[in-house]
Every structure is written in C-alpha cells, then in structure tokens.
Design a protein. Structure first.
Length: 498
C-alpha cells in the first residue's frame, strides 16, 4: 500500500504538514466550529444514558474477547455468510483486495459502481484501482461526494468534508457536478437545503442505474453472517438494496460474535458519533434472497496489517475502534491541524496509533504520527470502547526511537531505530544513569541551580525543535532536597530522598 492518493505528492512528516495547516485561518475556523458543535451535542446525548460507563466497559470487553479469538469468529462468520448464499473472499493486503473487487466487477460486465461506508476502500485506494481498470466509482455519502467532486481527500472519520464550508461546497458542486453526471441547478446558493437537494438529484440517477454496489460495514455478526451499516442520509439503504450485485469490503476486526453483542454498540456508536439516540438508517443484510436486495453478495475480508497489529499486546487495542470519531472532536491537535496533516484516511488520535501499525513506521509520515499528540488524554475519556490512545502513542514512540522486534507480514522482524532520534536516545540514557545514582542526581541539580543565570532561553542543535514552540522551564534557586533539608531540619531527608 502506497499511502498516497492519485495526483497527490508523498505525505510530509506530520510537523511539516501541521505547520502549513495552522496557517490556514479558514480551515481552522471550519474545524473549530464543527468540532465544538459535534462535541457539545455528543456530551448531551451521552449524559442521557445512566449506565454509559457500564456500556463502555461492556464494549471494551466484547472487543477484547473477540480479538483474542478472532480466528474462531472469522471462520464462523465465513460459514454463516456462505450458508446464507454469500461468497467470502480473503484479502491479505490492499493489492489483493483491489484485485478481487476489480475482478468481481468485471465479471458483471459493468463499468460503474456506487459506494457507501467506504473507509476501508479508501484505505486500500480502491477507487484508483477501479479507475485504472476502466471502472468508475461514485461516492454516495454527501460528504464523500463533496470530497470526490473536489478532487480532495477525507479529513474526518464522520464528516470527511469538515474542512469545507458551505460556500466552498456550492462552488465545487457548480463547477464539477456536470462532469460526473447531472449538473448542479442554475443559481445554486449555499443554503443547506439547496445543497442537499442538488446532491439528491445528482445521485438519484446513479442509484437507479447502478447494477453493482460497493460497501463497507460497521459490524459483522459471526452468529448469523449479518452485516450492519448505520448512516444518516439513506444513501446506504439505496446502495445496499437496488444493485444486482453487492460487494462489501470490511476489515477483519469489525466482527462481533452475536446479536446480543451488537446491541451494546448500537447504543454507543450513534451517541458517540452523530449524537443521536439511534441512527436514522440501520441497514442489515444476511446473504441473498430471491425477492429482495442484490442477487449476488460478496464479502471481502481485509487484513492489510491488522493481524500484525493484533500481535502487539499494547497496540492491538486500536482494533477495538468502532470509527465513531469522538476522539477527533476533542483533540486540540486535530482541531488546529486538520485531518490532511495525518497523511491517512484515519486522521486524529485514532489515526496516529492505527496508521503506523497498519503501514509500519518506515515512512517519514508514519514515524512522525505517534508524536502528533499532547498526551492530554481527552481522547481516552470519550472513547466508547476505552482505547487508551495515550498509552499506545507512548508505546509507538518507543518503537520509533528504540526500534526492536515487531510483526510485519506475519513475520517477526527487528526494526532499526529511526533516524533523527540519536540525541533523544542519548538524553534518555543519560537521565536513566543519573536517576540510578542519587549522588550524581544531587550534584547535577545543584550545578543547574547555581548556573541558572547562564541558561539559554532556547536549546541549541537538535533541541531547537523542542524549544522552538515551548518555553524552557526556569531552574529554581535551589533543589527541592536542599530546600527540604533547610526548612525541615533534615529530618528523614535521606530516607525520603533516596
């Protein structure tokens, strides 16, 4: 997987991309307004549930149990889907998944597909693979449509076009819709009702014409082989019922064992994502029937780094994610930098821990993502499945700096420490040595206090990257141990200090 989109340059490291983003005042205004609005609505919706903490813990335990026995539940899912008339395909990586889907579409003789709930297909760059094979894919979610027409990239999990305001959307519709199908109405304004109506008219002809639909899924129930999509616009219902052939590309971590387990997530996901008590459209399908829905159903189970992530006892908790995007809406880094700076279809805090595990940390962007955080912990507090994102971030930072053994492609490999962290490693080793010997630590503290008037305001050399955006903390006039001995008469100072 390249990690890039057609027509886009290779992604720079997060600090460089974020530095450019924060200079865009329009982008920052759009993000601030949208994230604060969603955040407030979510908090109100969650507060209505008296047992939210219990639901959160239940979701965490269900996901952890499923991940521990993922091999069992995936086999059971395959058996259930097959028994219901569907066909299951296994894709180890993006290339294999794209080859499977492209081949299935070609077998139908069609050259167009409609799509819904397609984060996994964005991850593998399916649209580009289909285009290379002469097949045009049409996104049908309103925000995804805006992104596609604008030749843009998603910047949010829930609201992919969050970086666009209404005026920009109107301009995109007026300029681009005609090249993709029905043009925008003359005199289109930026009122939400008119924009939505323009999108509805544009998409309706595609829904009625399409013979092949491509979807993702929020959940897969191993017990019955049922797939579940929750959405707010109805475009999912159209994509899942009108086409003759349905191809669903879903990450293997989306499986849940039973309907009873699903019930927990159908309470937590809507409130955490759209701040609704339940989604307006919850579509479920099991295989095929003779009278309703597609006549052929294919499920492509996507690995693409997920089993490698599963092998990491700390990092695997990222696979609990149910893609609610609550962590993005409370993250001070995301609010200022936006989603494009993360260089992945998964932006924000969850992207900062998921992308480096799915793709590895060899690239500049993936090695920098674990540092795209203040470690404030707000993401953990709002996560409906209790993913300790700060813990995983620190774990991945250690991997970047120190290297070590990881699983890639199902094999154990040893990573070399990333370039550019030699000074950090030396500083940490020096600190470890000083903390090991209390006498050395005391001497260093006293020396720092007595020379504090000579200390620079910024650090030289590699340290300039740290002090360029932070004030160096002033050194006190005397170390705490000396102060304690002076003011408390030295009582128990040796035992307390050492």
């Amino acid at each position: 997987m390249s990690g890039t989109f057609v027509g886009m340059p290779a992604f720079p490291a997060f600090p460089s991309a974020a530095r450019e983003a924060v200079r865009d005042t329009t982008l920052r205004g759009n993000l601030r307004h949208a994230t604060h609005t969603i955040r407030a609505k979510r908090a109100k919706a969650v507060a209505e549930v008296s047992d939210w903490a219990e639901l959160r813990e239940a979701g965490k335990r269900i996901k952890d149990r499923t991940l521990r026995h993922l091999d069992h539940y995936l086999v059971r899912l395959e058996e259930s889907v097959t028994a219901a008339g569907g066909t299951v395909h296994w894709a180890s990586d993006a290339e294999e998944a794209n080859r499977i889907v492209t081949g299935l579409v070609k077998e139908t003789g069609e050259s167009e597909v409609v799509k819904v709930k397609s984060m996994a297909t964005q991850e593998i760059e399916l649209n580009e693979a289909l285009e290379a094979a002469g097949i045009r894919a049409y996104e049908t979610d309103l925000a995804e449509l805006i992104v596609q027409l604008g030749r843009d990239r998603p910047s949010h999990i829930l609201v992919p076009a969050i970086h666009r305001n209404r005026g920009e959307i109107r301009d995109v519709f007026a300029r681009e819709m005609g090249g993709w199908g029905r043009p925008a109405p003359e005199g289109l304004t930026d009122t939400p009702a008119e924009l939505a109506e323009a999108a509805r008219l544009h998409l309706r002809e595609k829904f009625l014409r399409a013979k092949v639909g491509v979807s993702g899924a929020n959940f897969m129930v191993a017990e019955t082989g049922t797939l579940v999509v929750v959405e707010s616009e109805g475009n999912g219902r159209m994509c899942l019922t009108l086409p003759e052939t349905l191809i669903s590309v879903v990450g293997i971590e989306k499986v849940v064992p039973t309907w009873r387990d699903l019930e927990v997530f159908l309470q937590t996901l809507p409130r955490s994502s759209t701040a609704e008590r339940m989604n307006p459209y919850t579509s479920m399908w099991t295989g095929t029937t003779d009278t309703d829905g597609p006549r052929a159903f294919h499920l492509v189970l996507l690995d693409n780094g997920r089993t490698d992530t599963l092998a990491d006892e700390v990092g695997r908790q990222a696979l609990r994610c149910i893609r609610c995007s609550a962590c993005l809406n409370v993250c001070p880094v995301y609010e200022r930098a936006g989603g494009h700076a993360y260089g992945s279809v998964y932006p924000g805090p969850i992207g900062a821990i998921l992308s480096p595990q799915l793709r590895g940390t060899a690239s500049e962007i993936d090695a920098s993502l674990p540092y795209a955080s203040s470690l404030c912990g707000a993401c953990y507090e709002v996560c409906p499945v209790a993913i300790d994102i700060p813990e995983v971030l620190v774990h991945l930072r250690e991997r970047v700096v120190e290297g070590g053994e990881v699983t890639r492609g199902g094999n154990k490999v040893v990573l070399r420490p990333a370039k550019g962290h030699a000074a950090e490693r030396a500083a940490m080793r020096a600190a470890r040595w000083a903390f090991t010997y209390p006498g050395v630590l005391r001497t260093g503290q006293r020396f720092a206090s007595r020379t504090r008037r000579l200390h620079p305001r910024t650090l030289p050399g590699p340290g300039r990257a740290w002090s360029g955006t932070r004030d160096l903390p002033p050194v006190p006039a005397e170390p705490f141990r000396d102060w304690w001995q002076r003011t408390r008469g030295g009582n128990d100072v040796k035992g307390a200090a050492e």
